[in-house]
Design a protein around this ligand. Structure first.
Ligand code: SAM
Ligand code: SF4
Ligand code: F3S
Length: 457
């Protein structure tokens, strides 16, 4: 895909420069780009990397696809409904393309890393000009250039051009994420992520620390370190936490996700001893049944999970856990589902993200019969949500009467302002909008099952 042979009158052969030279001549103004990222925080961060590339090519950004000259959908493949949503949105863009022949539509991310999806887009969605997967974002300027000059279409899921070290154009510096590693080696039997994001690769501690230092100098108040399993960070995760913790400044550190098989005492000790690290672990348990955990290829038992939770709570009785749970995994019996509900009551989570099992072709679980009826999956999901609401209410009351430090992020639902405390629980209070973006102390007066309420101290 070398474009040096295409002449735009520009002597430079760098695709970004060539495109930045071409765009004003085509549009007679600064062209606008609409980028939407679906899925997890890692994907949102990838979307910010794509934004940085497009800014360097001369694009500005718009929040509305109707005004855009370029639409980039950065997709998620984790569940079937995530993919259906994307196809729905692409379908809707057909009318925009008919109105504006110069509109370019690009689809990227986890969904388009799959061959069958690329083929479907190429054959059935003529409005799509460009599709690439979780690699190759650096080729985007070259592809846009050729769409504009030669009317070509591009569909590629080549595993070259890793995004891992590309810079990000962040929407916010107050709260910012830093991917520390890409990919996953775990192959949980239900999960598509290792297939679409490849094997684990870690950025060096020096690269991560330098980025954290830059963010703190720019006024960042909360850094979230990202990886599918940060505990298998190649250079030692607790040591990385120590290094970031020692950066001067008033900011806090979060990280997601931790895999229970790798998150033990050493991690809890690091979290509790480093003052900037939030006393909260997102520790996806997935199921409360040991048989299901084995079929999921998770490599821990509920007993192992309880040991980690009990150790953390023996050192800090208020230690906060959140989790992910899948209901309706192949073969899940009523009794096994009841074990998941019992686990919820036993652990007491501050937050639970619940998912209905979705069959992903190519995974191990896709070979098992998807035998829990859809209606029953829905019922289990609702029961689990109710269980969590009932458990969370009294558990969140442990904060009533206490003072918590909140990073004020915006308007609240029940009070004028809202943010999150260190334990990652939504905390609402009344105050002036000038407090947005700063740390405040809030004395908690009331707890709901989803949030804390209090007064500014
Ligand atoms: N790497 C993280 C971990 O293992 O904790 C999670 C990454 S995944 C993007 C987020 C959550 O999606 C998982 O924890 C799991 O609960 C859910 N998930 C993944 N595959 C799924 C599937 N096929 N059906 C339903 N939920 C799924
Ligand atoms: Fe998927 Fe498991 Fe990897 Fe998480 S650890 S991304 S659930 S395979
Ligand atoms: Fe994330 Fe979805 Fe990909 S959850 S890693 S964007 S499949």
């Amino acid at each position: 895909m070398k474009i040096s042979s295409i002449s735009c009158g520009c002597p430079d052969t760098d695709a970004r420069l060539m495109l930045s030279c071409l765009l004003p001549r085509i549009y007679n103004r600064t062209p606008l780009c609409f980028i939407h990222s679906y899925g997890c925080a890692q994907n949102v961060s990838d979307g910010e990397k794509i934004a940085a590339i497009l800014r360097d090519c001369g694009y500005s950004f718009t929040d509305s696809p109707e005004n855009a000259d370029l639409i980039v959908l950065n997709t998620c493949a984790v569940r079937e409904n995530a993919e259906e949503k994307v196809f729905g949105h692409i379908g809707g863009f057909k009318a925009l393309k008919e109105k504006n022949q110069r509109l370019i539509i690009a689809v990227a991310g986890c969904m388009t890393q799959q061959e069958n999806i690329l083929q479907k887009l190429r054959e059935s969605y003529r409005q799509v000009d460009i599709a690439f997967g979780t690699y190759g974002a650096e080729k985007l300027p070259e592809m846009i250039y050729r769409v504009l000059t030669q009317n070509e279409r591009f569909f590629t899921n080549a595993e070259s051009g890793d995004m891992i070290n590309l810079p990000q154009l962040r929407k916010s510096v107050t709260t910012a994420s830093i991917p520390i590693m890409y990919g996953c080696n775990n192959f949980c039997s239900y999960c598509i992520v290792p297939y679409v994001r490849g094997r684990e690769r870690s950025r060096t501690p020096d690269e991560v620390v330098a980025e954290a230092e830059e963010l703190v100098a720019a006024g960042c108040k909360e850094i979230t370190l990202l990886g599918q399993n940060v505990n298998s960070y190649a250079y030692g995760f607790p040591r990385l936490l120590e290094r970031i913790n020692s950066i001067d400044g008033d900011f806090r550190i979060r990280f997601v996700s931790s895999h229970p098989k790798d998150a033990g005492r050493e991690l809890i000790d690091a979290v509790l001893s480093l003052e900037k690290v939030c006393k909260h672990l997102h520790l996806p348990v997935q199921s409360g049944s040991d048989e299901i955990l084995r079929a999921m290829n998770r490599h821990y038992t509920t007993e192992d999970y309880f040991k980690t939770v009990d150790y953390a709570r023996s050192r800090d009785a208020d230690f906060s856990f959140s989790t992910d749970i899948i209901v309706g995994f192949p073969g899940e019996t009523e009794e096994q589902f009841e074990q998941t509900k019992a686990l919820l009551r036993r652990v007491r989570f501050d937050n639970v993200f619940t998912y209905v099992y979705s069959r992903r072709s190519g995974t191990k679980a896709a070979l098992m019969p998807d035998d829990v009826p859809e209606k029953m999956k829905g019922q289990r999901l609702r029961q689990l949500i109710l269980e969590q609401r009932e458990t969370a209410q009294p558990w969140l009351e442990r904060f009533v009467g206490k003072e918590v430090r909140v990073l004020c992020e915006g308007e609240g639902r029940k009070r004028s302002l809202a943010g999150k405390c260190g334990e990652n629980i939504i905390t609402e209070f009344d105050g002036e909008s000038g407090l947005i973006g700063s740390f405040v102390s809030v004395r908690i007066t009331e707890a709901a099952n989803w949030a804390l309420f209090g007064e500014l101290v």
